[in-house]
Design a protein around this ligand. Structure first.
Ligand SMILES: *Cc1c(COP(=O)(O)O)cnc(C)c1O
Length: 418
């Protein structure tokens, strides 16, 4: 690997991270991160950085964000003692319930925070891209609430596959632009959204959906999602009478995981585990396990781990959950893996589907397919560590996944008859 880090450097990087010194001024998390954006975008990114410097830790802005999280999003979200899963796994299991947040997932924390920031910055319109449509729905809702019009770029193929989410965006007042170029999915949508932003950087705000992309987005999204881990830590001390032995979250771009992990980074006794999509298996193009099997490279403005071949071509990815189906990952996760603070493993499609079924049957909670990967990874950990306390970030609800679940072959572990 090009990014070999010595033991002394690892210790130093963790200490700097805990002191709040990362990302540094150049947007780096150690060797990862940075800003590899086209020249035309640099002024817009610099303006965003100035907006963050001015507002993100401003008491009036934080109060507004907090009030909206409470009144509109429904925070704090519950911490649920999962007695059924706990008995079945031989562990004490706690679920941080982002599925109960408005619009059904953690994505709203970020969308709301950035929509409020866009309004402060005087943006006349918000631009966003969406793949499966979850970030599009959250952005449409947050922009309606903030009173800023929004345009959502979405690949034509995805628009067909995700019709209910497109209708939700329309109902919430968003303009949805069908992208006919390139692969007509998320990658093409990102390119079109960037193009729009470049052509109108003064009036527009670009609302990115995960802890990825050029600096300062990975930092901004992490700060807005850190509410998950802050709440969960308080709730564990309150309800469970102590910290968890491990905190587990699924990792796509990495926003829900970084939000949960940040609450516990300084707690040496708390192991942290990120679960990526193992898909159909380890073969080329069959999974989206960026950290577990990728290599460093640049994608969408940022140096991080990446699934690409020797020619630098980005690999095809697969996951049963659309939200984890992305060949890149946020740079802070690449650092956390490199310094050994977080362990990243995978759960396959089948393991996630089985975990989803189990959570439905034993807890009366239908988790998102993404979140089911965290459940599957946590269950495996429980088998190796009997009787321990496990905190799981349940990133979203599974109602959106009904078409996928209904269409499964009957012999798969998620199907209705199994
Ligand atoms: C989008 C999504 C994810 C993956 O995104 P991250 O940025 O990795 O959190 C996970 N869970 C749900 C429910 C999602 O909608």
């Amino acid at each position: 690997m090009e990014t070999e880090i010595t033991a002394a450097e690892k210790k130093d990087l963790l200490e700097r991270l805990l002191r709040g010194e990362l990302p540094d001024d150049s947007g780096r998390f150690g060797p990862f991160g940075g800003c590899y954006a086209p020249e035309t975008l640099i002024p817009a990114l610099e303006r965003l950085q100035q907006g963050i410097d001015r507002y993100l830790h401003d008491p009036a802005f934080l109060q507004e964000f907090h009030d909206e999280l409470t009144q509109w999003v429904g925070r704090p979200t519950s911490l649920t003692i999962a007695t059924g899963l706990g008995k079945c796994w031989g562990a004490q299991v706690y679920l941080k319930r982002e599925d109960l947040a408005h619009t059904g997932a953690h994505k709203i924390n970020n969308a709301l925070g950035q929509a409020l920031l866009a309004r402060r910055l005087g943006a006349e319109r918000v631009i966003a891209e969406t793949g499966a449509g979850q970030h599009g729905v959250a952005t449409a809702a947050a922009c309606a609430r903030a009173g800023v019009p929004c345009v959502i770029y979405m690949g034509a193929v995805d628009i067909e596959r995700q019709a209910p989410n497109v209708q939700r965006m329309h109902q919430l007042g968003a303009e949805v632009v069908a992208v006919q170029s390139g692969d007509r999915t998320l990658r093409a949508a990102i390119n079109e959204a960037f193009r729009d932003w470049v052509s109108d950087p003064d009036r527009s705000y670009y609302l990115l959906g995960s802890a990825v992309g050029p600096h300062p987005y990975p930092f901004l999204v992490r700060e807005l999602q850190a509410v998950i881990g802050r709440e969960a830590r308080h709730q564990m001390l309150d309800i469970a009478d102590g910290l968890p032995d491990v905190a587990v979250a699924c990792v796509g771009g990495g926003s829900n995981a970084i939000g949960l992990f940040h609450g516990f980074l300084a707690d040496e006794s708390v192991a942290l585990m990120g679960i990526e999509a193992g898909g159909r298996g380890p073969g080329l193009g069959d999974h989206s396990a960026t950290l577990a099997s990728g290599r460093p490279g640049v994608l969408h403005g940022c140096y991080s781990m990446l699934l690409h071949d020797d020619q630098g071509q980005v690999q095809e990815t697969h996951s049963v959950s659309a939200g984890l189906d992305y060949p890149g990952v946020g740079p802070e996760h690449a650092l956390l893996q490199a310094i050994g603070r977080v362990t990243y493993t995978t759960a396959t499609d089948d393991e996630a589907l089985a975990a989803l079924r189990e959570c439905c049957a034993l807890e009366g909670i239908l988790p998102a397919l993404e979140s089911a990967h965290a459940l599957a990874g946590a269950k495996r950990w429980a088998q190796d560590h009997p009787g321990r306390r496990i905190l799981i970030g349940l990133s979203g609800r599974g109602d959106k996944d009904m078409p996928t679940l209904e269409n499964l072959p009957q012999d798969l572990p998620g199907s209705r008859s199994s």
